[in-house]
Design a protein around this ligand. Structure first.
Ligand code: SF4
Length: 318
């Protein structure tokens, strides 16, 4: 069952040079108990897509069209008060920097109790028991003692676990993990990804994983959507994607992953466009080594290139 569907989402920003569109007809769906990885370079619109789901957008951003369905209900139409019941409680954010969500002045226990009170309406011993269970679930050693710690007494990985514990304490059904391991070293990255995967299998939680790192999603995603300059350019089940990648941008991303020591990696020349640049046709065409006649003039449609596999590239019509 699809727990979250983003349909034809369009978003733009009011800027000094007028309204500039940043997301173009974004479509993806997250199945219950699965992980969907939204992949692409920085600035391609991944985080804006995720923040649109949570309605945590900058003041100058405006959603100009589309639907965001949570359990078939369009949450874009909800009033802020109704949205507060969903944000954190049903759909929770695991941010890149956990300190943006942890208050340095309060203990981990106080912060867990606060969210449990708001979203679970529990107090006293019952709430404290729940806080301890949540910290144990994220495998923090000596959880009952660590509840009394302040965030600065936790390592980066433990802070990230504490944020995940807050989401679990509220029984969040969807975790939006926005580059959750970027600030961590490699061994801790693997532990956090394993934790997210364990939570998914044990609790049936769905995960929307936002990352620029295709190497990270290999073992962790069920479905992959690749974004470039505000568009989804390829979408496929993970196995199919890694076996038969189709879009030149996906291929370039895959070829830039180190697989062997000493190997020369391919780079994608140029930079992704900013929202101030007008790009006609395929938004990847200025950087694409396969660019040919229609690419600079027409927007490539979505071609079906396999089972549940879509790629927006004109090479598929040849
Ligand atoms: Fe490259 Fe053209 Fe395909 Fe765009 S449509 S990715 S420019 S070949």
């Amino acid at each position: 069952m699809k727990i979250l569907e983003v349909n034809n989402l369009n978003l733009g920003f009011k800027t000094e040079s007028g309204f500039r569109q940043a997301l173009f007809d974004i479509n993806f769906a997250l199945e219950e108990g699965k992980t969907l990885a939204l992949v692409g370079e920085s600035g391609c619109g991944k985080t804006m897509s995720a923040m649109s789901i949570l309605r945590l957008l900058p003041k100058n951003a405006r959603i100009t069209g589309g639907q965001i369905l949570y359990k078939k209900q369009d949450i874009l139409g909800l009033k802020e008060k109704e949205m507060q019941k969903i944000r954190g409680a049903k759909i929770a954010l695991i941010p890149q920097d956990p300190m943006t969500s942890l208050n340095p002045l309060y203990t981990i226990e106080n912060q867990l109790l606060e969210v449990i009170k708001i979203h679970q309406h529990l107090k006293g011993d019952e709430a404290r028991k729940k806080a301890l269970e949540a910290l144990e679930m994220v495998q923090i050693p000596c959880a009952s003692e660590r509840l009394k710690s302040y965030p600065h007494e936790f390592s980066g990985g433990m802070k990230q676990r504490a944020i995940i514990a807050m989401a679990l304490a509220c029984h969040a059904q969807i975790l939006i993990a926005d580059e959750p391991t970027t600030a961590l070293d490699v061994t801790i990255q693997a532990q956090i990804m394993k934790l997210l995967s364990d939570i998914k299998s044990q609790l049936g939680t769905s995960v929307l994983l936002i990352t620029h790192d295709l190497a990270l999603v290999g073992e962790n995603a069920d479905e992959i959507a690749v974004m470039y300059a505000g568009r989804i350019v390829e979408n496929a089940p993970a196995k199919e994607f890694f076996e038969k990648p189709n879009h030149p941008y996906s291929l370039a991303l895959l070829n830039s992953i180190p697989s062997k020591r000493g190997e020369t990696l391919e780079t994608i020349h140029g930079q992704p466009p900013t929202i101030h640049q007008d790009i006609s046709g395929c938004r990847f065409h200025p950087r694409c080594k396969y660019c040919f006649e229609p690419c600079g003039n027409e927007i490539p449609p979505n071609f079906t290139v396999g089972e549940n596999h879509m790629s927006a590239c004109f090479l598929n019509q040849c």
